[in-house]
Design a protein around this ligand. Structure first.
Ligand code: ZN
Length: 213
């Protein structure tokens, strides 16, 4: 992979590609995003179907796959591309297969894939790219908890809002763990203060959703 920052013309001038800093998708990437969303939706539906009707399980699963997974990954991709980096999503076929197999055993597990990023990026930019994913989960999770609080007696709808909100915030919390390949490690390396703030704004709506507050 040739980096944008390494391309020069015959006079030694930096060549800026026309798509530098723009948000765009690759064809292979779009196919893999579609497969990942479909498999995740199926896996989540299978796990949730044990306790609720299938259409309720499917609705929650599809919403969480689209907002919790897809927008999380697009958050990383969008900010990375804004900084001029190459950034494309690639699925992990093994992770997707595991998600399906474990779903039949009643376990919710997902390592569907990741956005791969290449380019000259500072520690701060890397921190912000990493934070963008959990930030989308925090925004949607909080919005769904607010919907749940606003419509407490709408039966199944209220439950759906609560489930989607709590699952989204769980995804934010999990990805903020400052270990291994998780987003939290890069956020913490850039700014411990930003990391603490992200954990707090995840924990408060999550605690409300769980009924702890
Ligand atoms: Zn992430």
């Amino acid at each position: 992979m040739q980096l944008a920052s390494e391309m020069y013309d015959e006079y030694g001038n930096l060549i800026i590609p026309r798509n530098f800093g723009r948000f765009h998708f690759g064809r292979q990437e779009l196919i893999q995003i579609f497969i990942s969303v479909a498999v995740l939706t199926a896996a989540f539906t299978i796990v949730l179907m044990g306790s609720v009707p299938w259409y309720f399980a499917f609705g929650v699963a599809a919403t969480v796959s689209l907002t919790g997974f897809l927008l999380h990954e697009l958050g990383h991709k969008f900010i990375a591309q804004r900084y001029g980096a190459w950034a494309e999503y690639r699925m992990y076929p093994t992770g997707l297969l595991m998600a399906l197999i474990l779903a039949f055993l009643g376990w919710l597990f997902a390592a569907p894939g990741a956005v791969y990023i290449q380019g000259r990026i500072s520690k701060k930019q890397n921190g912000l790219i990493s934070l963008a994913g959990p930030a989308t989960n925090i925004i949607f999770g909080t919005a769904f908890i607010i919907l749940w609080l606003a419509f407490p007696s709408e039966g199944m709808w209220s439950s759906a809002f609560n489930w989607i909100g709590v699952l989204s915030l769980f995804l934010a919390g999990f990805n903020l763990i400052p270990l291994g390949p998780l987003d939290g490690k890069k956020v913490f390396a850039w700014s411990p203060a930003a990391w603490v703030l992200a954990v707090i704004v995840t924990a408060i709506p999550a605690a409300i959703g769980y009924g702890f507050i």
